[in-house]
Design a protein around this ligand. Structure first.
Ligand SMILES: Cc1ncc(COP(=O)(O)O)c(C=O)c1O
Length: 397
């Protein structure tokens, strides 16, 4: 069995969730049907909605099931933007005028980045990029200044806990600032769910995105918590399910398994993570821990390794039976320097040496030991390859 240290990408389904899922899969009936088979499916679906709602302190009616974090984020960001900027809707509720501005920190997940960029290119959004500090925290002073400077803001959207470097944002402070200016807030809580306590009702957040496969539930299942008073334009039109916000026959088995997964206690791997961090530092003294050393997910350890490509390290560790991640995207198979690290002020070369280790519900000390045993040789080889790449380039120049 390979050692799996990439739980932030996706974590294995919990045995309880698999059991509930497979049982529910043999269910017959569309939850929208009137007959008793349909009503049985509906009952299971609504119970699951209650569990998901309870896990984040929301009301069941506020939970809109989706196909995952990406859809939830699209629904929230586009939906809130359109609700503020559709001429028909604006006219009907006599809003003072369009609000095309979106406040968004650098370093968001691509589900948010690409959505706001699409709105900018196609729908006339004005995107205000908020800077990060060197630990990956959103600069609160910049958020405050942007809120004070503009009265045309459709929404503030931000990632609660950064999926690459693990930094936890000052959520209460950011939401309070937005509330003071009556600006709706969307929070990408995909990497916070199951790790940090969430109280949607008390938070003042307008919309919050979560995903099942990050917490031991199935792939292709997620939810948007949408405050009762909030209005979003739907992305998907059809049968009018889920308050007409998200049409389509609902995935009762997926919801049931999600409902089981969210009932697990919050994961706290602080001790194991700290041993991993100390172990990496002693195995490779050149490695630099990135992200906030204090306000970070208990499951995240993220490093840059000078003089080598994170990708080479990843392949070498994989060959040694340890699955990790560089944390950032590949574009058409070509590894890119992480926009999160660049946003934190790192140079391109430094950022390309990134590696992310993330723990989950199956993680043990033995996993960490296996990583630490394989890392020194992998680093040495990757650094050698890194140097020879550069000398070739320099030689050609
Ligand atoms: C922070 C964050 N937001 C959003 C997503 C997208 O979620 P999903 O994979 O459910 O579409 C992910 C998954 O990688 C994530 O880590």
């Amino acid at each position: 069995m390979p050692v799996y240290l990439d739980h932030a990408a996706t974590t294995p389904m919990l045995p309880e969730a698999i059991a509930a899922y497979t049982e529910a899969l043999s269910l017959v009936g569309n939850p929208s049907s009137i007959h008793s088979a349909g009503q049985n499916a509906k009952r299971m679906l609504e119970e699951a909605r209650e569990h998901v709602a309870a896990s984040i302190g929301a009301d069941p009616i506020e939970i809109v099931f989706t196909s995952g974090g990406t859809e939830s984020i699209n629904l929230a960001v586009k939906g809130l933007f359109w609700a503020r900027n559709s001429p028909l809707r604006g006219g009907r509720v006599s809003r003072p005028g369009p609000r095309p501005r979106i406040l968004v920190p650098r370093g968001e997940h691509h589900a948010t980045l690409d959505t706001v960029e699409w709105l900018e290119q196609h729908e006339g959004a004005i995107v205000e990029w908020l800077p990060l500090d060197e630990l990956g925290r959103v600069r609160v002073d910049a958020v405050e200044a942007a809120l004070a400077a503009h009265d045309d803001i459709a929404l503030l959207t931000f990632l609660w806990a950064n999926n690459e470097v693990g930094t936890i944002q000052p959520l209460a402070e950011l939401v309070a600032l937005a509330e003071a200016h009556s600006v709706p807030v969307h929070v990408d809580a995909v990497s916070a769910l199951g790790h940090l306590p969430i109280d949607f009702a008390a938070s003042g957040i307008t919309a919050l995105s979560i995903s099942a496969h990050k917490v031991g539930g199935p792939l292709g299942m997620g939810a948007l918590a949408l405050a009762r008073a909030a209005t979003v334009e739907p992305l998907i039109h059809g049968g009018g399910q889920q308050r007409r916000v998200r049409s389509g026959t609902q995935d009762a088995p997926g919801a049931v398994a999600f409902g089981v997964a969210v009932r697990q206690p919050l994961l706290d791997h602080t001790e194991l993570r700290d041993r991993l961090i100390a172990g990496v530092r002693s195995a490779v003294p050149e490695a630099v821990l990135r992200g906030d050393p204090v306000d970070r997910l208990s499951t995240n350890a993220h490093f840059t390794f000078p003089g080598c490509e994170g990708d080479s390290l990843l392949f070498l560790l994989d060959a040694a039976g340890v699955a990790v991640s560089t944390g950032s995207a590949c574009q058409a198979g070509v590894p890119e320097a992480s926009h999160v690290l660049l946003g934190m002020g790192l140079g391109e070369a430094e950022a390309r040496g990134a590696l992310r280790f993330t723990l989950g519900h199956t993680s043990t000390q033995a996993d960490v030991d296996a990583l630490l045993a394989a890392l020194p040789e992998a680093y040495e080889r990757a650094a050698r390859a890194g140097h020879s790449d550069r000398s070739t380039t320099l030689g050609q120049a």
